[in-house]
Ligand binder design. Sequence first.
Ligand code: 13P
Length: 251
Amino acid sequence: MRRTVIAGNWKMNMTPKATRAFITELAPMVAGLDKCDIVLCVPYVDIATAVEAAAGTNIHIGAENVHFEKSGAFTGEISAEMLTEIGTEYVVIGHSERRTYFGETDATVNLRTKAALAAGLKVILCLGEVKEERLSGITNEIVAMQTKLDLAGISAEELKNVIIAYEPVWAIGTGLTATPEQADETCGVIRSVIAELYGAAAAEEITIQYGGSMNDANAAELLSKPNVDGGLIGGASLKTDKFTTIVKAAN
Ligand code: 13P
């Protein structure tokens, strides 16, 4: 059975000091809620503190991006090995904010995913359509294309360490949430593409999250859908009580 994964994506929020306080407060609130995996993806400079604060708890720590080269002249970038050495377990790749503001493409998303998997990181691979694409009725084609391009050359064995986060871009940070039916349908489309690429068993096994204004009020209904195996949560992951409510909904 596939795992439900509730992951926070802090984006550019929280200092190391705030990180320690947050995790210290959150840990007892989510202790024993083991029917889902709990992940916090945090800014690079917060990772070491987060790993230390989360030690011995059921909270796992991730980064928000990773470079695809092992080392070299890439000013400002961070390699997969740099992340694993400090205890990072997960990494978000291909977030729409990276694609929109920082020139990320399916090709670089694919390279980053390969590098992360080779280093032993678990990847939370983000994809999703923009508003015009949904309004034009081409959501299914867009997510199918992204899934195929982003996973090109990734083996079935490697896929076991990939989580897909379906994040409709129009729902991110806008307060507009996909309806549970829309989320279920599009996660289902992604799952059928995985079946096409890797077979039915792999499609059954892969965790596909929904992300985009998921919060304490709407999580239970979204998570009740058969193709929605968790959430990637932005704003609501910055508050321990809201995030805990979502973890409880998943449990
Ligand atoms: P919000 O939950 O703030 O809409 O952000 C979603 C997201 O982008 C998570 O990666």
